[in-house]
Ligand binder design. Structure first.
Ligand SMILES: NC(=O)C1=CN([C@@H]2O[C@H](COP(=O)(O)OP(=O)(O)OC[C@H]3O[C@@H](n4cnc5c(N)ncnc54)[C@H](OP(=O)(O)O)[C@@H]3O)[C@@H](O)[C@H]2O)C=CC1
Ligand SMILES: O=C(O)CCC(=O)C(=O)O
Ligand SMILES: [Mg+2]
Length: 466
């Protein structure tokens, strides 16, 4: 580890977080790097840091403290060092292992690629974890926001976020289109239009399995009931369809005793309800219309039913499957309406990168919006906590934006460090402040009789409420 990064010495009295044997070792005075962020990131970070320090001080009376260490990225880094994501900033995040960041701007269409995505890819932070739950008092557009309590695990390193794109009109775009049209597609009627831009969507066994494995582990450790694989596999068969298939594989191959898939649960449930049910009758119940299917399809179904009953009939049958973690899947378009209409049926969602990006903002809306949407990017040995939202540039430096998402990302960070007391203080004072109807503009505009607080005032009231 270096003593300084980008020419700035590490804070005195702090120690680096270590990682050994798959476990983080947290000193009492860890050095935690932070990236302030662009746009509203500045106001949010200033407010959040005060709240974090107050909570830690109140919880541990000086026995523990965070030694904050600013690292530079985005506009601030560009102004200072002429580069958007200095290597030294990445090195600091790597060496110090756990950090927290504000949002960074990504231009649309051209310009630099996302620094947020770059950081996730460089540090291999493969799981983007975004819990979405309701805090009482928060205004919501739905009747029962409290019924939504999910944790979204979004694959964070591949999919269309791999950044492999070829701009329309370039020599590379022309070459790839020629290759597709004249070689790979030559025996089909499919053609890519000559004036297309082209993007590549890689989804791997490795990337999928480690994400789904992480989601299942979390679900089992936290006593959640369901893990839903969210994909568009009917259309994108070899990427999103494969995500579904590999997701089920990892569940069954690595967590067999603890999980039941949705189809297995139907087969076992049918058998529980009628012990005399034949394999053929059982198959007909799980696949309506089976009698009209081909012989091969029927045989496949009979083999599936037989396999389930033979392999897990004894361990999971007789209702025992109801105590297992249910693994199911939903097609991505349908999940958007499912979480609104049947929120209580969903608990942990695991999704490829783009689906996860979309779902996290949509789900956040249901419990009050992007002002209250925390997240974490986790890899093996590294973690970067960050809100779901972006830089909301129109509110930059106006001291009006809701700091809730970064504050709750801090709650996730303190829980991750094992500093549960500080996490609890922040979470409950946030809820209490909202219940006092002392809220930033985004909540105030949806509430009756609320006081509109500035970002800084909200933080001060939270500290008073601890
Ligand atoms: N991880 C990251 O760093 C991310 C970065 N970005 C980047 O941020 C930039 C802006 O993206 P944009 O699409 O405008 O999305 P934003 O998430 O920045 O903002 C969209 C809207 O969401 C609401 N909102 C966002 N954050 C808050 C908050 N803290 N409190 C209250 N309301 C909030 C505001 O709604 P209203 O106008 O109704 O008040 C805002 O106008 C882009 O460059 C994008 O690439 C985007 C997402 C994540
Ligand atoms: O990197 C960006 O600018 C956007 C990322 C994003 O929307 C997200 O991670 O949710
Ligand atoms: Mg997003």
């Amino acid at each position: 580890m270096q003593n300084s990064y980008n020419g700035f010495p590490l804070p005195e009295g702090g120690e680096a977080i270590q990682y050994a044997g798959g476990k983080f070792q947290i000193p009492n005075h860890p050095i935690i790097p932070f990236i302030e962020g662009d746009g509203t990131g500045r106001d949010i970070w200033r407010a959040s840091q005060r709240v974090f320090d107050a909570a830690v001080e109140k919880a541990y009376g000086g026995k523990r403290s965070v030694k904050w260490y600013e690292i530079y990225a985005g506009e601030k880094a560009y102004r200072q060092f002429g580069t958007w994501l200095p290597d030294e900033s990445v090195n600091a995040a790597r060496d110090l292992r756990v950090s927290i960041k504000g949002p960074l701007t990504t231009p649309v269409g051209g310009g630099i690629r996302s620094l947020n995505v770059a950081l996730r890819q460089i540090l291999d932070l493969y799981a983007c974890v975004r819990p979405v739950k309701y805090y009482s008092g928060v205004p919501s557009p739905v009747k029962h926001p409290e019924k939504l309590d999910i944790v979204l695990f979004r694959e964070n390193t591949e999919d269309v976020y791999a950044g492999i794109e070829f701009k329309q009109g370039t020599e590379d775009a022309k070459r790839i289109i020629d290759f597709l049209n004249k070689d790979l597609l030559k025996n089909t009627k499919k053609r890519v239009r000559e004036d297309s831009g082209v993007g590549i969507k890689p989804i791997s066994i490795f990337g999928t399995k480690r994400l789904v494995r992480y989601a299942i582990k979390h679900a089992l450790e936290s006593g959640r009931k369901t893990v839903t694989l969210v994909h568009k596999g009917n259309i994108q068969k070899f990427t999103e369809g494969a995500f579904r298939e590999w997701g089920y594989e990892v569940a069954v191959d690595e967590f067999r005793d603890s999980v039941v898939t949705e189809r297995e649960s139907w087969i076992l449930g049918n058998k529980d309800a009628n012990a005399d049910l034949s394999v053929e009758q059982n198959a007909a119940l799980i696949e309506p219309g089976l009698e009209f299917g081909s012989d091969d399809f029927r045989k496949e179904l009979y083999a599936e039913v037989k396999h389930v009953l033979e392999t897990i009939g004894a361990t999971h049958g007789n209702g025992k499957w109801k105590q297992k973690l249910l693994i199911n899947d939903r097609i991505a378009d349908s999940i958007f309406q499912q979480i609104i209409i049947r929120p209580e049926d969903y608990s942990v969602l695991a999704a490829p990168n783009l689906n996860g990006d979309y779902i996290s903002d949509a789900a956040a809306a249901q419990v009050g919006g992007l002002g209250i949407a925390p997240g974490a990017n986790i890899g093996d040995g590294y973690a970067v906590f960050e809100a779901t939202h972006g830089t909301a540039p129109k509110y930059a430096d106006k001291d009006v934006i809701n700091p809730g998402s970064v504050l709750l990302s801090g709650v996730m960070m303190f829980e991750f460090l094992g500093w549960g007391e500080a996490a609890k203080l922040i979470e409950s004072s946030l809820e209490k402040t909202i219940q006092q109807k002392f809220v930033t503009y985004d909540f105030e505009r949806q509430m009756q009789g609320a006081t509109k607080a500035k970002t800084s005032e909200f933080a001060t009231r939270m500290i008073e409420n601890m």
